[in-house]
Design a protein around this ligand. Structure first.
Ligand code: DX5
Ligand code: ZN
Length: 219
């Protein structure tokens, strides 16, 4: 069984207090800090960019897991590497035939490389990346906003992707799932084969953040 990691998304946090927020998430047992970078073009919302990553960097030793929902992510990789990002995830929908090359560039910068697909993109579009990627991400909501409902068809995609990884020599590859994850559905997500759990609203609305993060580990 792969170790389950929880990556709270700071999208659901208070943007005026991000330093304290990431410190608090670390103290409450988070494994990664999931940073949703949105440019207002790839998705309608604008959140933050490499400067936010640079500013929160001193507040935590946890890996900063940067999910780039931006046009031309390949032009942004150097700035995220300089800012202190540890994991960079790019959308296959935006990189298209350049996804593998983009993953290799991310790795050359010393960061962990990951690719992601939207709910309407077939899971087969990630198969080429299995050999090169350090992690693969499946969106379980349409990107752009927190607080949406988990799309149940994601469970079959997780199973298909884990199965492909097992059959192709990468049984240990991290599979991350992002969107609508709750204390109720997390066990199904883990049972299907995912091991990196992103959660925004569930963590930030929790009465007891530490207990919620513990339960999101499937414990
Ligand atoms: C959506 C983002 C998610 C979002 C998840 O575009 O990629 O990371 O923050 O938020 P919840 O957990 O509230 O669905
Ligand atoms: Zn995300």
């Amino acid at each position: 069984m792969l170790q389950v990691k929880v990556a709270p998304s700071i999208l659901a946090g208070d943007f005026a207090r991000m330093g304290e927020t990431v410190k608090r998430l670390e103290n409450c047992g988070a494994d990664y800090i999931h940073c949703d970078v949105m440019d207002g073009n790839f998705v309608p919302t604008i959140t933050f960019g490499n400067q936010m990553i640079e500013h929160i960097r001193p507040y935590t030793t946890l890996p900063l897991d940067c999910h780039l929902m931006v046009l031309h992510p390949d032009t942004r990789l150097e700035s995220f590497a300089r800012a202190g990002a540890n994991i960079v995830t790019v959308h296959v929908e935006e990189c298209r035939e350049f996804t593998l090359q983009t993953l290799r560039i991310i790795k050359n910068y010393g960061m962990r490389a990951s690719a992601v697909i939207n709910p309407n993109t077939p899971v087969e579009q990630l198969f080429d990346c299995v050999e090169v990627a350090d992690m693969l991400l499946l969106m379980s909501v349409h990107p752009g906003w927190g607080g949406q409902k988990f799309i149940p068809a994601t469970l079959q995609k997780i199973e298909a992707l884990r199965d492909f990884c097992v059959r192709n020599g990468r049984p240990e590859l991290d599979i991350e799932v992002d969107g609508g994850i709750t204390e109720e559905n997390v066990r199904d997500v883990i049972a299907a084969g995912a091991n990196v759990i992103v959660a925004g609203s569930t963590v930030f609305r929790a009465a007891d953040m530490q207990a919620t993060i513990r339960r999101l580990h499937g414990e």
